[in-house]
Design a binder for this molecule. Structure first.
Ligand code: SF4
Length: 196
């Protein structure tokens, strides 16, 4: 008998289930018990995956201040309990040893990143923003007058060298502040990474 790889896996699963049932052992019950045991003593916190604009609902289970389990919220209308690989990786992201917790800088010509303080990072960003804003500032632009058809200069006051890209990690309040910031520095170019 020729058995495909998929067919072999199905047959193996059925054999194991039949064997377990024959021993009076129901895998579904064992799984449910294991699940309940795993979540014992945890606090369930509903939330949202922040990776994209889908806004899938999550359930986080926290024990002694640590996130111990995370899954899709079955009652959420968007995802009905499912999570894509990004959403399903949230638990790993929270405790990954590779997660960046400090700002880093790679100096010109260097081949490595170095930790810098938040003060230094903020100072550098502010200084660079001012430099680029000054260098790319456009006070007036030439337009064609709709009535006369003649060219004329119009005051625009915009920083053409700066663009601002938002993120799905940004909430409503932060988006509001970012928009204010863009208006303040004079860039008309602000966009969102995850809008639908
Ligand atoms: S990244 Fe995936 S899980 Fe997260 S909101 Fe988007 S679709 Fe949902």
């Amino acid at each position: 008998m020729d058995v495909s790889r998929r067919g072999f896996l199905k047959l193996s699963g059925l054999s194991i289930a039949a064997f377990a049932t024959g021993l009076g052992f129901d895998p579904a019950v064992a799984e449910a018990k294991g699940y309940a045991l795993k979540l014992e003593g945890t606090k369930k916190i509903p939330g949202l995956c922040h990776f994209c604009a889908g806004g899938c609902g999550t359930l986080s289970y926290v024990k002694e201040g640590k996130l111990v389990h995370l899954e899709g919220d079955p009652d959420h209308p968007t995802n009905e309990g499912a999570l894509c690989p990004k959403g399903a990786s949230l638990l790993s992201v929270a405790y990954s040893p590779n997660r960046l917790t400090k700002p880093k800088r790679r100096a010109p010509g260097s081949d490595k990143w170095e930790d810098i303080s938040w003060e230094e990072a903020l100072d550098r960003v502010a200084k660079k923003t001012k430099e680029v804003r000054d260098a790319s500032w456009k006070a007036a632009d030439e337009v064609v007058d709709a009535k006369t058809g003649l060219k004329k200069m119009l005051t625009v006051n915009r920083a053409e060298g700066i663009a601002f890209l938002g993120s799905a990690e940004v909430d409503n309040e932060e988006s509001y502040l970012f928009t204010k910031f863009c208006r303040l520095i004079g860039t008309p170019y602000h966009e969102h990474q995850a809008r639908v």
